[in-house]
Design a protein around this ligand. Structure first.
Ligand SMILES: [Zn+2]
Length: 328
């Protein structure tokens, strides 16, 4: 297979300019029936939300039930108690397919911000976009998720705008995808980052600084957030969100372990601006380092990106599956 319509310029399998299909906003259908295998509910995080919704509707249900029986069917009146109580039972919900969770993918950089520039000139923004498009394809193919992307074309989006998009879409998971560069070109391997006020190590502090500097490309109207503000923002993230973020991070590391070269201590943390949603578990993935010749060469290959995306899809499956069983 040599054609890869999702690969941006400069990467393997790129279509001729002008043939690229640009997608906008949420790219899966919002509604529609679920396949039988997902109706049983892989999506645990939503159970609570759905229960809350039903509880909120409960006061309205008796009047709805009685009004219907009076208007349309006197025979139902004598059974109205049964009808009403049945509305409170889970049996009613069996027919309502649980909404699929929305996973927000965030390809790093874009537009005037190229991100890291690789050993042989590949731009991080192109690798991130191609990898996110592949992960989107795999998640949608599973039928278990809705997927939205912060960008589906080569354009600049401030970090704050990415966080806001995830909140507007009511995402249940936010995954920022990158391939940064380090001064030491010998360092290679994938790594996974969660939010913390203080960096876990000096290398991670530099990576966070580099990723947070993306907003400098935004011009005077986009202000980079100061380290002090970043620490305050990090402290606002709820404990539950922190646990979710740590959980998806360790799930990704587990998936990567058997398939990819990993950085030492691959789960790290620092004050990444893009991970500061207070209520959406968020993780930033460095799929490799553009400054390393072998990592750059791998990330240019559609086959390698498909393997990375497959590992991430498995990690996302495990994350939602364990949230459902209450192990998250
Ligand atoms: Zn980056």
């Amino acid at each position: 297979m040599t054609q890869d319509r999702n690969a941006p310029p400069g990467l393997q399998g790129t279509d001729a300019p002008g043939t690229k299909v640009f997608r906008q906003g949420i790219t899966s259908s919002e509604a529609g029936p679920l396949p039988d295998n997902t109706a049983s509910g892989l999506i645990g995080g939503l159970t609570t939300r759905r229960a809350t919704l039903v509880a909120g509707l409960a006061p309205l249900l008796p009047s709805i039930g009685l009004a219907r029986s009076k208007t349309h069917s006197p025979a139902l009146t004598q059974h109205s108690a049964t009808t009403v109580s049945s509305l409170h039972t889970p049996a009613v919900l069996r027919n309502a397919p649980p909404p699929r969770p929305l996973v927000m993918l965030d390809p790093g950089h874009g537009g005037k911000d190229p991100g890291a520039i690789g050993y042989s000139g590949t731009y991080e923004k192109h690798v991130a976009e191609a990898a996110a498009a592949e992960l989107e394809r795999q998640l949608l193919a599973s039928g278990r998720y809705r997927v939205a992307l912060t960008r589906t074309s080569d354009r600049f989006i401030p970090l704050e705008g990415r966080v806001e998009m995830a909140q507007t879409h009511r995402a249940e998971l936010f995954i920022s995808m990158h391939a940064d560069a380090l001064h030491d070109a010998s360092v290679r391997g994938a790594s996974v980052y969660t939010l913390s006020g203080a960096a876990s190590d000096s290398q991670t502090a530099l990576i966070a600084q580099s990723e947070n500097s993306a907003d400098l490309f935004g011009g005077p109207h986009v202000h980079a957030t100061s380290p002090e503000i970043q620490q305050i923002l990090a402290s606002l993230v709820s404990e539950e969100t922190r646990r979710g973020s740590a959980h998806i991070a360790s799930s990704v590391v587990t998936s990567f372990q058997s398939r990819l070269t990993l950085l030492n201590h691959p789960h790290r943390h620092a004050a990444f601006v893009v991970l500061k949603s207070a209520d959406i578990p968020s993780v930033l993935i460095e799929m490799g380092f553009m400054s390393n010749r072998r990592d750059e060469e791998s990330l240019r290959q559609a086959g390698h990106r498909a393997m990375v995306a497959g590992a991430m899809r498995d990690a996302i499956d495990r994350y939602f599956s364990s949230m459902r069983t209450g192990m998250g």
